[in-house]
Design a protein around this ligand. Structure first.
Ligand SMILES: [Zn+2]
Length: 113
């Protein structure tokens, strides 16, 4: 399921990184260990917002576990991991904006704690 047009947006570690490609109006491929999420630009914007909210909220309640649901996939993250994810997403967003890509089409995210 790899695409020949992938462009690396951000890298956190060997198995945690974000690529994008121009297919179907733009797809963001977020790899996190064994999971790879294939997101529209709109969905990626949603994910960025959800993670940013979680990071802000933990300043009040740092012990709340972070579980990110994307469709049927749950990613359980430690404090360090969600900060890593947040940093990586922000770097990817900055990179996307430089590439001039617009956000499009609907959601698939929900956030549980
Ligand atoms: Zn592609």
């Amino acid at each position: 399921m790899s695409c020949p047009h992938l462009r690396r947006l951000a890298t956190l570690s060997e198995f945690r990184y974000i690529d994008s490609c121009p297919c179907n109006g733009g797809i963001v491929h977020l790899s996190w260990d064994v999971a790879t999420l294939h997101l529209s630009l709109k969905d990626f914007g949603w994910l960025a917002e959800v993670v940013a909210q979680a990071v802000r909220r933990e300043e009040e309640e740092p012990e709340i576990p972070f579980v990110l649901w994307v469709g049927s996939v749950a990613l359980r993250m430690s404090f360090e991991e969600r900060h890593g994810l947040h940093t990586m997403i922000q770097a990817a967003l900055a990179e996307l904006q430089q590439g001039g890509l617009e956000k499009k089409s609907p959601e698939v995210f929900r956030f549980l704690n």
